[in-house]
Design a protein around this ligand. Structure first.
Ligand SMILES: Cc1cc2nc3c(=O)[nH]c(=O)nc-3n(C[C@H](O)[C@H](O)[C@H](O)COP(=O)(O)OP(=O)(O)OC[C@H]3O[C@@H](n4cnc5c(N)ncnc54)[C@H](O)[C@@H]3O)c2cc1C
Length: 531
Protein backbone atom coordinates (compact mmCIF):
# COMPACT_ATOMS: atom_id res chain seq x y z
CA UNK A 1 0.00 0.00 0.00
CA UNK A 2 1.37 3.45 -0.94
CA UNK A 3 0.49 6.70 0.83
CA UNK A 4 1.56 10.22 -0.07
CA UNK A 5 1.86 13.42 2.01
CA UNK A 6 3.82 16.65 1.99
CA UNK A 7 5.27 15.92 5.44
CA UNK A 8 5.87 12.56 7.06
CA UNK A 9 6.38 12.79 10.82
CA UNK A 10 7.78 9.74 12.64
CA UNK A 11 6.85 10.07 16.32
CA UNK A 12 4.10 11.73 18.32
CA UNK A 13 5.84 13.29 21.34
CA UNK A 14 6.38 17.03 21.81
CA UNK A 15 8.79 17.14 18.85
CA UNK A 16 6.64 15.41 16.25
CA UNK A 17 3.33 16.98 17.24
CA UNK A 18 4.66 20.55 17.59
CA UNK A 19 6.09 20.24 14.09
CA UNK A 20 2.94 18.61 12.70
CA UNK A 21 0.68 21.34 14.10
CA UNK A 22 2.72 24.07 12.40
CA UNK A 23 3.38 22.25 9.11
CA UNK A 24 -0.31 21.36 8.75
CA UNK A 25 -1.06 24.98 7.89
CA UNK A 26 0.94 24.48 4.67
CA UNK A 27 0.30 20.93 3.53
CA UNK A 28 -0.77 17.41 4.34
CA UNK A 29 0.89 15.73 7.31
CA UNK A 30 1.06 12.00 8.07
CA UNK A 31 2.06 11.20 11.65
CA UNK A 32 3.15 7.59 12.20
CA UNK A 33 3.62 6.42 15.76
CA UNK A 34 4.40 2.94 16.93
CA UNK A 35 1.97 2.55 19.83
CA UNK A 36 -0.96 4.69 21.06
CA UNK A 37 -0.41 8.30 20.11
CA UNK A 38 0.35 9.41 23.70
CA UNK A 39 2.96 6.71 24.41
CA UNK A 40 6.19 8.72 24.42
CA UNK A 41 8.86 10.02 26.80
CA UNK A 42 7.06 13.35 26.60
CA UNK A 43 4.07 11.82 28.32
CA UNK A 44 6.22 10.85 31.34
CA UNK A 45 8.15 14.11 31.77
CA UNK A 46 7.51 15.36 35.25
CA UNK A 47 9.74 18.29 36.16
CA UNK A 48 8.95 20.81 33.47
CA UNK A 49 10.29 22.97 30.67
CA UNK A 50 13.04 25.54 31.19
CA UNK A 51 12.68 29.06 29.90
CA UNK A 52 13.51 32.56 31.04
CA UNK A 53 10.30 34.23 32.14
CA UNK A 54 10.92 36.13 35.37
CA UNK A 55 12.47 39.52 36.07
CA UNK A 56 15.05 37.84 38.35
CA UNK A 57 16.32 35.67 35.50
CA UNK A 58 18.26 36.44 32.30
CA UNK A 59 19.05 34.74 28.99
CA UNK A 60 22.74 35.03 29.88
CA UNK A 61 22.19 33.09 33.11
CA UNK A 62 20.31 30.30 31.32
CA UNK A 63 23.01 30.15 28.63
CA UNK A 64 25.72 30.03 31.29
CA UNK A 65 24.01 27.24 33.26
CA UNK A 66 23.60 25.18 30.08
CA UNK A 67 27.27 25.67 29.14
CA UNK A 68 28.45 24.68 32.62
CA UNK A 69 26.35 21.50 32.62
CA UNK A 70 27.56 20.69 29.08
CA UNK A 71 31.16 20.25 30.27
CA UNK A 72 32.83 22.50 27.71
CA UNK A 73 31.46 21.11 24.45
CA UNK A 74 28.04 22.75 24.01
CA UNK A 75 27.76 24.74 20.80
CA UNK A 76 27.37 28.19 22.29
CA UNK A 77 25.57 29.63 19.26
CA UNK A 78 22.97 26.84 19.49
CA UNK A 79 22.58 27.32 23.24
CA UNK A 80 21.94 31.05 22.84
CA UNK A 81 19.48 30.52 20.00
CA UNK A 82 17.48 27.88 21.92
CA UNK A 83 17.39 29.94 25.12
CA UNK A 84 16.33 33.12 23.29
CA UNK A 85 13.62 31.37 21.25
CA UNK A 86 12.28 29.71 24.41
CA UNK A 87 9.62 32.25 25.45
CA UNK A 88 8.09 32.23 21.95
CA UNK A 89 7.67 28.43 21.85
CA UNK A 90 6.13 28.48 25.32
CA UNK A 91 3.52 30.86 23.87
CA UNK A 92 2.84 28.31 21.11
CA UNK A 93 2.33 25.55 23.66
CA UNK A 94 -0.07 27.72 25.62
CA UNK A 95 -1.94 28.58 22.41
CA UNK A 96 -2.32 24.84 21.71
CA UNK A 97 -3.95 24.49 25.11
CA UNK A 98 -1.16 23.55 27.54
CA UNK A 99 -1.99 24.74 31.05
CA UNK A 100 1.08 25.38 33.17
CA UNK A 101 0.65 25.67 36.93
CA UNK A 102 0.22 29.23 38.17
CA UNK A 103 0.81 30.86 41.50
CA UNK A 104 -1.83 33.61 41.52
CA UNK A 105 -1.60 35.43 38.19
CA UNK A 106 1.94 34.37 37.31
CA UNK A 107 3.47 31.05 36.36
CA UNK A 108 4.82 29.04 39.26
CA UNK A 109 8.52 28.58 38.53
CA UNK A 110 10.49 25.75 40.06
CA UNK A 111 14.21 25.09 40.18
CA UNK A 112 16.19 21.99 39.26
CA UNK A 113 19.81 20.83 39.52
CA UNK A 114 22.31 23.04 37.68
CA UNK A 115 19.89 25.99 37.28
CA UNK A 116 20.96 29.20 39.01
CA UNK A 117 17.39 30.58 39.03
CA UNK A 118 13.81 29.41 39.29
CA UNK A 119 12.93 29.06 35.60
CA UNK A 120 11.11 25.75 35.14
CA UNK A 121 7.48 26.01 34.03
CA UNK A 122 5.53 22.95 35.09
CA UNK A 123 2.06 21.48 35.28
CA UNK A 124 2.09 20.12 38.82
CA UNK A 125 4.42 17.09 38.53
CA UNK A 126 2.88 15.77 35.30
CA UNK A 127 4.12 18.43 32.89
CA UNK A 128 4.68 16.01 30.02
CA UNK A 129 1.24 14.46 30.33
CA UNK A 130 -0.33 17.92 30.15
CA UNK A 131 1.76 18.89 27.09
CA UNK A 132 0.95 15.60 25.35
CA UNK A 133 -2.75 15.91 26.19
CA UNK A 134 -3.00 19.35 24.63
CA UNK A 135 -0.91 18.56 21.53
CA UNK A 136 -2.76 15.30 20.83
CA UNK A 137 -6.12 17.05 21.11
CA UNK A 138 -4.98 19.82 18.74
CA UNK A 139 -3.49 17.33 16.26
CA UNK A 140 -6.59 15.11 16.27
CA UNK A 141 -8.73 18.17 15.55
CA UNK A 142 -6.62 19.32 12.57
CA UNK A 143 -8.03 18.36 9.18
CA UNK A 144 -4.60 18.27 7.50
CA UNK A 145 -3.11 15.80 9.97
CA UNK A 146 -3.68 12.06 9.57
CA UNK A 147 -2.52 9.95 12.49
CA UNK A 148 -1.40 6.34 12.05
CA UNK A 149 -1.16 4.64 15.46
CA UNK A 150 0.49 1.23 15.91
CA UNK A 151 2.57 1.91 12.81
CA UNK A 152 6.31 1.40 13.27
CA UNK A 153 8.74 2.92 10.78
CA UNK A 154 11.17 0.26 9.59
CA UNK A 155 13.57 2.20 7.38
CA UNK A 156 13.90 5.44 5.50
CA UNK A 157 13.85 5.41 1.73
CA UNK A 158 16.48 7.55 0.04
CA UNK A 159 17.30 8.26 -3.58
CA UNK A 160 20.69 6.54 -3.30
CA UNK A 161 19.10 3.44 -1.83
CA UNK A 162 16.44 3.31 -4.55
CA UNK A 163 18.78 3.89 -7.44
CA UNK A 164 21.55 1.82 -5.84
CA UNK A 165 24.08 4.57 -6.61
CA UNK A 166 26.38 6.58 -4.43
CA UNK A 167 25.25 10.23 -4.53
CA UNK A 168 27.16 13.33 -3.48
CA UNK A 169 23.95 14.65 -1.98
CA UNK A 170 21.33 12.06 -1.09
CA UNK A 171 17.69 12.93 -0.35
CA UNK A 172 15.00 11.27 1.69
CA UNK A 173 11.80 10.22 -0.09
CA UNK A 174 9.80 8.71 2.75
CA UNK A 175 9.79 5.50 4.74
CA UNK A 176 8.63 1.92 4.89
CA UNK A 177 6.30 1.46 7.82
CA UNK A 178 4.86 -1.72 9.36
CA UNK A 179 1.16 -1.59 10.24
CA UNK A 180 1.39 -3.67 13.40
CA UNK A 181 -2.27 -4.66 13.39
CA UNK A 182 -2.42 -6.07 9.85
CA UNK A 183 1.23 -7.01 9.40
CA UNK A 184 1.26 -5.06 6.11
CA UNK A 185 4.33 -2.95 5.26
CA UNK A 186 3.16 0.37 3.82
CA UNK A 187 5.16 2.83 1.77
CA UNK A 188 4.85 6.44 2.97
CA UNK A 189 6.07 8.87 0.31
CA UNK A 190 6.69 12.46 1.38
CA UNK A 191 8.43 15.61 0.29
CA UNK A 192 9.87 16.09 3.78
CA UNK A 193 10.45 13.47 6.45
CA UNK A 194 10.86 14.35 10.12
CA UNK A 195 12.41 11.97 12.61
CA UNK A 196 10.88 12.72 16.01
CA UNK A 197 11.21 9.23 17.39
CA UNK A 198 12.74 10.04 20.76
CA UNK A 199 15.56 8.46 22.72
CA UNK A 200 17.12 5.08 23.37
CA UNK A 201 16.94 4.32 27.10
CA UNK A 202 15.82 0.76 26.34
CA UNK A 203 19.36 -0.03 25.19
CA UNK A 204 20.11 -0.28 28.93
CA UNK A 205 18.81 -2.78 31.47
CA UNK A 206 17.61 -0.08 33.85
CA UNK A 207 15.87 2.91 32.39
CA UNK A 208 13.10 5.31 33.22
CA UNK A 209 12.21 5.57 29.51
CA UNK A 210 9.01 4.06 28.13
CA UNK A 211 9.21 0.89 26.00
CA UNK A 212 9.06 2.92 22.78
CA UNK A 213 12.55 4.39 23.43
CA UNK A 214 14.54 1.93 21.34
CA UNK A 215 16.58 4.43 19.33
CA UNK A 216 14.79 3.59 16.05
CA UNK A 217 15.35 7.04 14.56
CA UNK A 218 19.08 7.04 15.22
CA UNK A 219 19.41 3.53 13.76
CA UNK A 220 17.30 4.37 10.68
CA UNK A 221 19.20 7.61 10.03
CA UNK A 222 22.54 5.81 10.40
CA UNK A 223 21.47 3.13 7.93
CA UNK A 224 20.34 5.88 5.54
CA UNK A 225 23.79 7.49 5.65
CA UNK A 226 23.20 10.43 8.00
CA UNK A 227 25.94 11.48 10.41
CA UNK A 228 25.48 10.47 14.06
CA UNK A 229 27.24 12.30 16.90
CA UNK A 230 28.18 12.12 20.59
CA UNK A 231 26.45 8.82 21.36
CA UNK A 232 28.73 8.22 24.35
CA UNK A 233 26.79 10.83 26.30
CA UNK A 234 23.88 8.90 27.82
CA UNK A 235 22.46 10.65 30.84
CA UNK A 236 21.62 8.43 33.78
CA UNK A 237 18.92 9.90 35.94
CA UNK A 238 20.13 9.60 39.50
CA UNK A 239 16.80 8.88 41.15
CA UNK A 240 14.45 6.18 39.82
CA UNK A 241 12.22 4.49 42.37
CA UNK A 242 13.82 1.27 43.60
CA UNK A 243 11.06 -1.25 44.20
CA UNK A 244 10.59 -4.79 42.88
CA UNK A 245 7.23 -3.90 41.33
CA UNK A 246 7.87 -0.31 40.24
CA UNK A 247 8.61 -0.20 36.53
CA UNK A 248 10.88 2.71 35.67
CA UNK A 249 9.19 5.31 37.83
CA UNK A 250 11.21 8.48 38.04
CA UNK A 251 11.48 10.65 41.13
CA UNK A 252 11.82 14.07 39.53
CA UNK A 253 14.83 16.24 40.16
CA UNK A 254 12.33 18.86 41.31
CA UNK A 255 12.02 16.87 44.56
CA UNK A 256 15.66 17.74 45.26
CA UNK A 257 14.90 21.23 43.97
CA UNK A 258 12.40 21.51 46.81
CA UNK A 259 14.94 20.43 49.42
CA UNK A 260 15.16 16.60 49.38
CA UNK A 261 18.49 15.17 50.58
CA UNK A 262 20.21 11.99 49.38
CA UNK A 263 21.17 9.66 52.23
CA UNK A 264 22.63 6.22 52.74
CA UNK A 265 20.60 3.51 54.45
CA UNK A 266 21.95 4.68 57.86
CA UNK A 267 20.76 8.24 57.21
CA UNK A 268 24.16 9.76 56.35
CA UNK A 269 23.90 12.56 53.77
CA UNK A 270 26.72 12.16 51.23
CA UNK A 271 26.47 14.69 48.40
CA UNK A 272 28.54 17.34 50.21
CA UNK A 273 31.57 15.09 49.66
CA UNK A 274 31.07 15.19 45.89
CA UNK A 275 30.09 18.72 44.86
CA UNK A 276 29.64 22.22 46.36
CA UNK A 277 26.02 22.29 45.10
CA UNK A 278 25.43 19.09 47.14
CA UNK A 279 22.10 17.51 46.20
CA UNK A 280 21.59 20.02 43.41
CA UNK A 281 24.84 19.13 41.66
CA UNK A 282 24.57 18.29 37.93
CA UNK A 283 23.02 14.90 37.22
CA UNK A 284 26.18 13.10 36.09
CA UNK A 285 27.91 13.96 39.37
CA UNK A 286 24.88 12.84 41.40
CA UNK A 287 24.49 9.58 39.43
CA UNK A 288 28.20 8.74 39.80
CA UNK A 289 28.12 9.63 43.49
CA UNK A 290 25.18 7.26 44.05
CA UNK A 291 26.86 4.53 41.97
CA UNK A 292 29.99 4.95 44.10
CA UNK A 293 28.10 4.93 47.42
CA UNK A 294 26.18 1.80 46.40
CA UNK A 295 29.35 0.02 45.26
CA UNK A 296 31.37 1.11 48.31
CA UNK A 297 28.75 0.09 50.88
CA UNK A 298 27.31 -2.87 48.94
CA UNK A 299 23.84 -1.33 49.03
CA UNK A 300 21.16 -1.94 46.41
CA UNK A 301 19.93 1.64 46.55
CA UNK A 302 20.23 4.99 48.34
CA UNK A 303 17.41 7.12 49.78
CA UNK A 304 15.83 10.46 49.00
CA UNK A 305 14.60 12.26 52.09
CA UNK A 306 12.08 15.11 51.95
CA UNK A 307 10.35 14.25 55.23
CA UNK A 308 11.45 17.57 56.78
CA UNK A 309 9.10 19.50 54.41
CA UNK A 310 5.52 20.34 55.27
CA UNK A 311 3.40 17.25 54.33
CA UNK A 312 0.65 19.44 52.84
CA UNK A 313 3.20 21.14 50.58
CA UNK A 314 4.68 17.78 49.48
CA UNK A 315 1.30 16.32 48.53
CA UNK A 316 0.18 19.43 46.66
CA UNK A 317 3.51 20.00 44.87
CA UNK A 318 4.10 16.32 43.96
CA UNK A 319 0.68 14.69 43.81
CA UNK A 320 1.67 12.08 41.21
CA UNK A 321 4.96 11.09 42.86
CA UNK A 322 3.30 11.02 46.29
CA UNK A 323 0.45 8.82 45.07
CA UNK A 324 2.68 6.43 43.12
CA UNK A 325 5.09 5.98 46.05
CA UNK A 326 2.11 5.39 48.32
CA UNK A 327 0.93 2.59 46.02
CA UNK A 328 4.27 0.90 46.73
CA UNK A 329 3.91 1.39 50.48
CA UNK A 330 6.15 4.46 50.73
CA UNK A 331 4.69 7.61 52.28
CA UNK A 332 7.18 10.26 51.17
CA UNK A 333 5.94 12.70 53.82
CA UNK A 334 7.21 10.24 56.47
CA UNK A 335 9.51 7.73 54.72
CA UNK A 336 12.72 8.09 52.77
CA UNK A 337 12.25 7.01 49.13
CA UNK A 338 14.60 4.21 47.91
CA UNK A 339 16.21 5.24 44.60
CA UNK A 340 18.76 4.03 42.00
CA UNK A 341 20.15 5.62 38.82
CA UNK A 342 18.73 4.58 35.42
CA UNK A 343 19.31 5.44 31.74
CA UNK A 344 17.35 8.59 31.09
CA UNK A 345 18.34 10.82 28.19
CA UNK A 346 20.41 10.49 25.04
CA UNK A 347 22.44 13.68 24.49
CA UNK A 348 23.87 12.49 21.17
CA UNK A 349 21.89 11.48 18.12
CA UNK A 350 21.36 12.35 14.47
CA UNK A 351 23.53 15.33 13.68
CA UNK A 352 21.52 18.33 12.43
CA UNK A 353 22.17 21.92 11.45
CA UNK A 354 20.50 25.08 12.81
CA UNK A 355 17.35 24.20 10.86
CA UNK A 356 17.21 20.61 12.13
CA UNK A 357 18.16 19.24 8.72
CA UNK A 358 20.43 16.19 8.60
CA UNK A 359 23.06 15.65 5.93
CA UNK A 360 20.46 13.70 3.96
CA UNK A 361 18.40 16.37 2.20
CA UNK A 362 14.73 16.69 3.17
CA UNK A 363 15.35 14.57 6.26
CA UNK A 364 14.95 16.48 9.53
CA UNK A 365 15.51 15.25 13.08
CA UNK A 366 14.26 16.99 16.20
CA UNK A 367 13.80 16.24 19.88
CA UNK A 368 15.70 13.52 21.66
CA UNK A 369 16.62 11.68 18.45
CA UNK A 370 18.66 14.68 17.30
CA UNK A 371 22.09 16.00 18.12
CA UNK A 372 21.99 19.78 17.86
CA UNK A 373 24.95 20.76 20.03
CA UNK A 374 22.74 22.16 22.80
CA UNK A 375 23.53 19.65 25.52
CA UNK A 376 27.26 19.09 25.00
CA UNK A 377 28.59 16.45 27.39
CA UNK A 378 25.60 16.64 29.71
CA UNK A 379 22.04 17.94 29.46
CA UNK A 380 20.82 20.58 31.86
CA UNK A 381 17.53 19.46 33.42
CA UNK A 382 14.36 20.54 31.58
CA UNK A 383 16.26 21.77 28.52
CA UNK A 384 15.10 18.83 26.38
CA UNK A 385 11.41 19.66 26.06
CA UNK A 386 12.54 23.20 25.26
CA UNK A 387 14.99 22.02 22.59
CA UNK A 388 12.33 19.83 20.94
CA UNK A 389 9.82 22.69 20.80
CA UNK A 390 12.35 25.23 19.48
CA UNK A 391 13.68 22.92 16.74
CA UNK A 392 10.14 21.95 15.73
CA UNK A 393 9.64 25.62 14.81
CA UNK A 394 12.96 25.86 13.00
CA UNK A 395 12.44 22.64 11.02
CA UNK A 396 8.93 23.74 10.10
CA UNK A 397 10.04 27.17 8.87
CA UNK A 398 12.87 25.66 6.83
CA UNK A 399 10.74 22.92 5.30
CA UNK A 400 7.94 25.32 4.43
CA UNK A 401 10.42 27.59 2.63
CA UNK A 402 11.73 24.56 0.73
CA UNK A 403 8.15 23.52 -0.08
CA UNK A 404 7.94 26.62 -2.32
CA UNK A 405 10.68 25.18 -4.53
CA UNK A 406 9.60 23.00 -7.42
CA UNK A 407 9.49 19.41 -6.22
CA UNK A 408 12.34 17.21 -7.41
CA UNK A 409 11.47 14.60 -9.99
CA UNK A 410 9.35 11.99 -8.25
CA UNK A 411 10.80 8.52 -7.98
CA UNK A 412 8.58 5.53 -7.64
CA UNK A 413 9.24 3.70 -4.39
CA UNK A 414 8.70 0.01 -4.89
CA UNK A 415 6.54 -1.81 -2.38
CA UNK A 416 8.25 -3.70 0.45
CA UNK A 417 9.63 -7.01 -0.79
CA UNK A 418 9.28 -9.74 1.84
CA UNK A 419 11.12 -12.20 -0.45
CA UNK A 420 10.90 -15.75 0.80
CA UNK A 421 10.62 -14.77 4.47
CA UNK A 422 8.60 -17.16 6.60
CA UNK A 423 7.12 -16.94 10.08
CA UNK A 424 9.73 -17.41 12.77
CA UNK A 425 9.40 -20.47 14.94
CA UNK A 426 12.07 -19.27 17.38
CA UNK A 427 11.10 -15.99 18.99
CA UNK A 428 13.51 -16.91 21.79
CA UNK A 429 16.33 -15.58 19.60
CA UNK A 430 14.82 -12.11 19.85
CA UNK A 431 14.27 -12.16 23.61
CA UNK A 432 17.69 -13.70 24.29
CA UNK A 433 19.57 -11.09 22.25
CA UNK A 434 17.42 -8.29 23.60
CA UNK A 435 18.24 -9.21 27.23
CA UNK A 436 21.88 -9.77 26.48
CA UNK A 437 22.40 -6.38 24.84
CA UNK A 438 20.66 -4.50 27.64
CA UNK A 439 22.62 -6.30 30.36
CA UNK A 440 26.11 -5.88 28.89
CA UNK A 441 25.36 -2.27 28.01
CA UNK A 442 24.45 -1.70 31.67
CA UNK A 443 27.47 -3.54 33.05
CA UNK A 444 30.14 -2.51 30.52
CA UNK A 445 28.95 0.76 28.98
CA UNK A 446 27.04 2.27 31.92
CA UNK A 447 27.87 5.03 34.39
CA UNK A 448 31.54 3.99 34.75
CA UNK A 449 33.45 2.58 31.75
CA UNK A 450 36.91 1.15 31.03
CA UNK A 451 38.65 0.35 27.73
CA UNK A 452 38.44 -3.35 28.50
CA UNK A 453 34.71 -3.21 29.19
CA UNK A 454 34.13 -1.29 25.95
CA UNK A 455 36.11 -3.88 23.97
CA UNK A 456 34.12 -6.69 25.56
CA UNK A 457 30.86 -4.96 24.70
CA UNK A 458 31.96 -4.41 21.10
CA UNK A 459 32.85 -8.07 20.61
CA UNK A 460 29.44 -9.13 21.85
CA UNK A 461 27.58 -6.62 19.70
CA UNK A 462 29.40 -7.81 16.58
CA UNK A 463 28.32 -11.37 17.23
CA UNK A 464 24.75 -10.45 18.03
CA UNK A 465 24.47 -8.20 14.97
CA UNK A 466 25.53 -11.07 12.73
CA UNK A 467 22.82 -13.24 14.21
CA UNK A 468 20.19 -10.51 13.91
CA UNK A 469 21.00 -9.78 10.26
CA UNK A 470 20.61 -13.44 9.36
CA UNK A 471 17.34 -13.62 11.27
CA UNK A 472 16.11 -10.29 9.89
CA UNK A 473 16.14 -11.30 6.24
CA UNK A 474 14.87 -14.87 6.71
CA UNK A 475 11.76 -14.26 8.77
CA UNK A 476 8.67 -12.13 8.38
CA UNK A 477 9.27 -8.77 10.00
CA UNK A 478 7.75 -7.96 13.40
CA UNK A 479 8.00 -4.90 15.62
CA UNK A 480 10.11 -6.90 18.13
CA UNK A 481 12.63 -7.74 15.46
CA UNK A 482 12.72 -4.15 14.17
CA UNK A 483 13.39 -2.86 17.68
CA UNK A 484 16.00 -5.52 18.43
CA UNK A 485 17.90 -4.66 15.25
CA UNK A 486 17.74 -0.98 16.23
CA UNK A 487 18.92 -1.37 19.84
CA UNK A 488 21.85 -3.44 18.55
CA UNK A 489 22.77 -0.68 16.10
CA UNK A 490 22.42 2.01 18.75
CA UNK A 491 24.46 -0.03 21.24
CA UNK A 492 27.21 -0.28 18.65
CA UNK A 493 27.09 3.46 17.98
CA UNK A 494 27.33 4.22 21.71
CA UNK A 495 30.32 1.90 22.15
CA UNK A 496 32.00 3.24 18.99
CA UNK A 497 31.72 6.85 20.17
CA UNK A 498 32.78 5.88 23.72
CA UNK A 499 35.86 4.13 22.35
CA UNK A 500 36.81 7.20 20.34
CA UNK A 501 36.78 9.55 23.34
CA UNK A 502 40.02 9.01 25.26
CA UNK A 503 39.13 11.17 28.26
CA UNK A 504 36.37 11.60 30.86
CA UNK A 505 33.97 14.47 30.31
CA UNK A 506 30.40 15.13 31.37
CA UNK A 507 28.41 11.92 31.22
CA UNK A 508 31.24 9.85 29.77
CA UNK A 509 33.48 8.51 32.54
CA UNK A 510 36.30 6.11 31.65
CA UNK A 511 38.54 4.99 34.53
CA UNK A 512 41.45 4.55 32.08
CA UNK A 513 41.30 8.29 31.24
CA UNK A 514 39.82 9.81 34.40
CA UNK A 515 40.37 13.49 33.54
CA UNK A 516 39.21 16.01 30.97
CA UNK A 517 41.62 16.39 28.04
CA UNK A 518 40.77 19.74 26.50
CA UNK A 519 43.83 19.74 24.27
CA UNK A 520 42.58 16.74 22.28
CA UNK A 521 38.94 16.18 23.10
CA UNK A 522 37.14 19.48 23.43
CA UNK A 523 35.00 18.42 20.51
CA UNK A 524 32.24 16.08 19.38
CA UNK A 525 32.56 12.49 18.19
CA UNK A 526 31.01 11.60 14.84
CA UNK A 527 30.18 8.38 13.09
CA UNK A 528 28.84 7.73 9.60
CA UNK A 529 28.11 4.54 7.77
CA UNK A 530 30.44 3.66 4.93
CA UNK A 531 28.61 2.25 1.91
C1 LIG B 1 10.47 9.85 33.02
C2 LIG B 1 10.99 11.01 32.25
C3 LIG B 1 10.94 12.29 32.78
C4 LIG B 1 11.42 13.38 32.04
N1 LIG B 1 11.30 14.65 32.55
C5 LIG B 1 11.67 15.70 31.78
C6 LIG B 1 11.44 17.03 32.21
O1 LIG B 1 10.88 17.26 33.27
N2 LIG B 1 11.84 18.05 31.42
C7 LIG B 1 12.46 17.84 30.20
O2 LIG B 1 12.80 18.81 29.51
N3 LIG B 1 12.67 16.59 29.76
C8 LIG B 1 12.29 15.52 30.51
N4 LIG B 1 12.49 14.25 30.06
C9 LIG B 1 13.02 14.08 28.70
C10 LIG B 1 11.93 14.44 27.70
O3 LIG B 1 10.69 13.93 28.16
C11 LIG B 1 12.23 13.84 26.34
O4 LIG B 1 13.53 14.14 25.94
C12 LIG B 1 11.26 14.44 25.31
O5 LIG B 1 9.94 14.25 25.72
C13 LIG B 1 11.50 13.80 23.97
O6 LIG B 1 10.48 14.21 23.12
P1 LIG B 1 10.43 13.63 21.66
O7 LIG B 1 9.22 14.17 21.03
O8 LIG B 1 11.74 13.84 21.01
O9 LIG B 1 10.31 12.04 21.87
P2 LIG B 1 9.18 11.20 22.61
O10 LIG B 1 8.32 12.04 23.43
O11 LIG B 1 9.84 10.04 23.24
O12 LIG B 1 8.32 10.65 21.39
C14 LIG B 1 8.86 9.70 20.50
C15 LIG B 1 7.74 9.18 19.63
O13 LIG B 1 8.28 8.42 18.55
C16 LIG B 1 7.55 7.21 18.43
N5 LIG B 1 8.43 6.25 17.76
C17 LIG B 1 9.64 5.81 18.14
N6 LIG B 1 10.14 4.98 17.22
C18 LIG B 1 9.23 4.89 16.22
C19 LIG B 1 9.16 4.18 15.01
N7 LIG B 1 10.13 3.36 14.59
N8 LIG B 1 8.06 4.33 14.23
C20 LIG B 1 7.02 5.13 14.62
N9 LIG B 1 7.03 5.82 15.78
C21 LIG B 1 8.13 5.70 16.56
C22 LIG B 1 7.16 6.86 19.85
O14 LIG B 1 6.14 5.92 19.88
C23 LIG B 1 6.78 8.24 20.34
O15 LIG B 1 5.49 8.58 19.91
C24 LIG B 1 12.00 13.16 30.77
C25 LIG B 1 12.06 11.87 30.24
C26 LIG B 1 11.55 10.79 30.96
C27 LIG B 1 11.61 9.42 30.36
Amino acid sequence: MKLQSDFLVIGSGIAGLSFALQAAAHGSVAVVTKRDITESATNYAQGGIATVSSAEDTFDAHVQDTLVAGAGICHEDVVRMVVEEGPKVIENLIDWGVQFTKSGEVFDLTREGGHSARRILHAEDITGREIERALVAAARAHKNITIYENHIAIDLVTEAKLTKTSLEEDRCLGAHVLDMASGVVKTFRSRFTLLASGGAGKVYLYTCNPDVATGDGVAMAYRAGATIANMEFMQFHPTTLYHANARSFLISEAVRGEGAILRRRDGTAFMERYHPLKDLAPRDIVARAIDNEMKTYGDDCVYLDITHQDPAYITSRFPNIYQTCLEFGIDMTKDMIPVVPAAHYLCGGVSVDFNAETDVKHLYAIGEVAFTGLHGGNRLASNSLLEAAVYAGRAYRHAVEALKEAPAAPLDIPAWDAGTATNSDEMVVVSQNWDEIRRFMWNYVGIVRTDKRLDRAMRRIDLIQEEIEEYYWNFIITSDLIELRNIATVAKLIVSCAKQRKESRGLHYNIDYPTVDDANWKRDTFIKKRF
